[in-house]
Design a binder for this molecule. Structure first.
Ligand SMILES: Cc1cc2nc3c(=O)[nH]c(=O)nc-3n(C[C@H](O)[C@H](O)[C@H](O)COP(=O)(O)OP(=O)(O)OC[C@H]3O[C@@H](n4cnc5c(N)ncnc54)[C@H](O)[C@@H]3O)c2cc1C
Length: 443
């Protein structure tokens, strides 16, 4: 048994944003034995952009990796919400106040830039060891000294890995989540959102003769075009060299698919059909994407779980609070999880399994309500942006009209100053540090 908490062996399943942040934050707290098991052979993230809100940047800055990520990102100064069919502007919001108010800007970047920033931070820590191409197949024991079966994908023999703590950051399809909830007798079904997303990128040289789109790629604006049951959100990434477009539309292509299917190569003509009643500029934009570079994602979420912890195992990120992307907070919340887990475990008074379980439950206490509030907010924002004709849409559009006169909230909630105060103003690390003793003693 480990003599000191910092000697505890921590196994992290999954090297997504949640797993990488857990590893780095724990190493920064002085933990010496952190092993990360990742199914993929490398961090080959799909070509897609990501919004990086101030609450994410604050954590990354404390971990020493924000400066490098920020260098390649685009500082968002404004957002515009438009009618998909006409390109008419419903709202324009100046976001320059964000950096001044929260100490960090709202930035957008390439996923690989964010992931590699975290990964390179981990590589600088001798306490962290990576095992790529390894399937963390089954959690066999949840505690004390939990264990799982690691199956190398190159055909080498599988082995049983024992640790003192397992952090399951294995994403929305988390096998550890299913096993944990089975043990607890909780229904672990995935909720169908009936929504899917196309994610595409256009390179600047593809649109060099299109002044309207060049203006968008050279700008510092997030634009959302909305229509019934559909929208597109787009912004420049990678130092304004790529225009990133993410859509949401009713799920047709995955509806009959098995639960294992989450992404597929999308059909360009099906994508163009889906948005055929949107304005010519949007269609032109979509048409620049080369055939074969359309990726479609099924958007899935879970019902909120009653717990994320069983004995010495904790769920992290999308494994326990997957979200629709309509508030741009999924990765930010996985990153907040990592920061809070590190604070909670770093304050362990001893290495007893009971103490480990209590510290993990402090993590859950600090994180669960906030994460699920944001999950619900994202679903609600999607519903509001996707309204069809009727009284609710009239009321929403009345709010957009009032906003154009300088009054009232922003109906697209991620851009509303009061909502941002709740999300960006929350310093998860500080809250965990300040509340740890009280919460731990109450457990
Ligand atoms: C269309 C779309 C747009 C989005 N936009 C934003 C945005 O702008 N801002 C934002 O903050 N968030 C956004 N998100 C959400 C964000 O992408 C996710 O919430 C975030 O990536 C979750 O991170 P994670 O580490 O929990 O899970 P994942 O990123 O899914 O990582 C899980 C990792 O575990 C590995 N794994 C799985 N099973 C095993 C196993 N058995 N053994 C070993 N390894 C395993 C996987 O290979 C993967 O690397 C968006 C999501 C979507 C779908």
């Amino acid at each position: 048994m480990a003599q000191s908490p910092k000697d505890l062996r921590i196994a992290i399943l999954g090297a997504g944003m949640g797993g990488l942040t857990c590893a780095l934050a724990l190493a920064k707290e002085g933990f010496k034995h952190i092993e990360v098991y990742e199914y993929a052979s490398d961090l080959g993230f799909v070509g897609a952009g990501i919004q990086m809100a101030p609450n994410m940047a604050r954590v990354l800055d404390r971990l020493g990796v924000w400066a490098g990520i920020e260098r390649e990102a685009v500082d968002i100064k404004e957002t515009s919400v438009r009618v998909g069919a006409t390109n008419g502007e419903l709202a324009h919001v100046d976001l320059n106040y964000i950096r001044k108010t929260y100490g960090y800007p709202h930035m957008v970047g390439h996923r690989s830039s964010l992931a590699n920033g975290l990964y390179n931070g981990c590589l600088n820590e001798s306490a962290i060891k990576f095992h790529f191409s390894t399937n963390a197949q089954k959690v066999n024991k949840f505690g004390p000294q939990p264990s799982f079966t690691a199956v190398p994908r190159d055909g080498s023999p599988s082995c049983e890995v024992q640790a003192d703590i397992i952090l399951a950051a294995d994403g929305i399809k988390s096998q550890a989540r299913v096993e944990m909830l089975q043990r607890l007798g909780v229904d672990a079904t995935v909720k169908d959102t009936h929504q899917a997303a196309y994610r595409i990128m256009i390179h600047k040289d593809q649109i060099k003769d299109d002044p309207e789109l060049l203006k968008l790629i050279n700008g510092s604006r997030v634009t959302r075009w909305i229509g019934e049951k559909r929208h597109l959100i787009a912004y420049p990434v990678s130092n304004n060299t790529i225009y990133n477009i993410s859509t949401t539309q009713p799920d047709k292509n995955f509806a009959a698919a098995t639960n294992a299917t989450y992404t597929t190569r999308g059909s360009k003509s099906a994508m163009l059909d889906t948005f055929s009643d949107f304005c010519p500029m949007v269609l032109r934009m979509l048409d620049y994407v080369p055939e074969g570079e359309v990726c479609e994602w099924k958007l899935r979420v879970h019902e909120p779980l009653p717990t994320w912890i069983h004995q010495s195992v904790a769920l992290v990120g999308d494994a326990c609070h997957p979200t629709l992307p309509h508030m741009n907070q999924g990765a930010a919340q996985a990153i907040e999880d990592g920061a809070v887990i590190a604070v909670a475990l770093s304050r362990l008074p001893d290495t007893k399994p009971e103490s480990i379980n209590k510290a993990l439950r402090v993590y859950e206490k600090v994180r669960m309500q906030r994460a699920y509030t944001l999950v619900e907010m994202a679903a609600a924002n999607g519903r509001a942006m996707h309204l069809g004709e009727g009284a609710a849409k009239e009321e929403r559009d009345r709010q957009f009209a009032a906003l154009r006169q300088g009054k009232g909230p922003v109906p697209d909630k991620w851009a509303d100053a009061d909502v941002q105060r709740e999300i960006y103003g929350f310093d998860c690390t500080k809250v965990a540090e300040e509340s740890f003793d009280d919460l731990f003693n109450q457990m």
